[in-house]
Design a protein around this ligand. Structure first.
Ligand code: IMP
Ligand code: MG
Length: 174
């Protein structure tokens, strides 16, 4: 089977939307230090580009999680492959995700991080597939709502491929 990718969101549009999100975040936190927690690996490109545009001091931390279950659908069981390096108690935290699909990952992560008593805890995702939602998640900062298609590029992969594409595309097997 041949894999083809059609552009859904071009590079320029991603850049423009990230500038708007960074401005919103900079205003909301008004000079206060923020810690961005990047969910590896998909959130990397997004976090780097967003952080460069935020006006105040930004700290970075990273988590890697996977959900395990049968077949393609993730189960509610989340495994932490890499945990935070630093405590987050009393800090302003923004979780940086590539995409929210069922919401399982973030539903788990939000509660996991909330227990660590941050001063504030927000969710920022580049992409959102609302049609696929199973868990109700309050998203504070959202790049784009997209249809229920399989997406690659700008951090997102298919079997570890296509993460370095500068645009967001729809992957089809033909
Ligand atoms: P959720 O727990 O079902 O919300 O799944 C979220 C995770 O699944 C994301 O962080 C992605 O790693 C992955 N994912 C969901 N949809 C896509 C897609 O269209 N392309 C690539 N990865 C996806
Ligand atoms: Mg992910």
């Amino acid at each position: 089977m041949k894999e083809t990718i059609s552009v859904l969101i071009p590079e320029k549009e991603i850049e423009k939307r990230i500038s708007e999100l960074a401005e919103e975040i900079s205003k909301d936190f008004d000079g206060k230090t923020i810690t961005l927690i990047c969910i590896l690996k998909g959130g990397v490109m997004f976090m780097v580009d967003l952080a460069k545009k935020i006006k105040q001091n930004v700290e970075f931390d990273f988590m890697d999680v996977s959900s395990y279950g049968n077949g393609k659908e993730s189960s509610g069981n989340i495994k932490i492959n890499r945990d935070l390096e630093n405590p987050i108690e009393g800090k302003n935290i923004i979780i940086i995700e590539d995409i929210i699909d069922s919401g399982r990952t973030l539903n788990y992560l939000y509660r996991y991080l909330k227990d660590k008593k941050p001063l504030s805890l927000k969710i920022c995702t580049l992409l959102d597939k609302p049609e696929r939602r199973v868990f109700d998640i309050h998203v504070d900062y959202k790049g784009f709502e997209i249809p229920d298609e399989f997406i690659v590029g700008y951090g997102l992969d298919y079997a570890e491929k296509y993460r370095n594409l500068p645009y967001i595309g729809i992957l089809k097997n033909e």
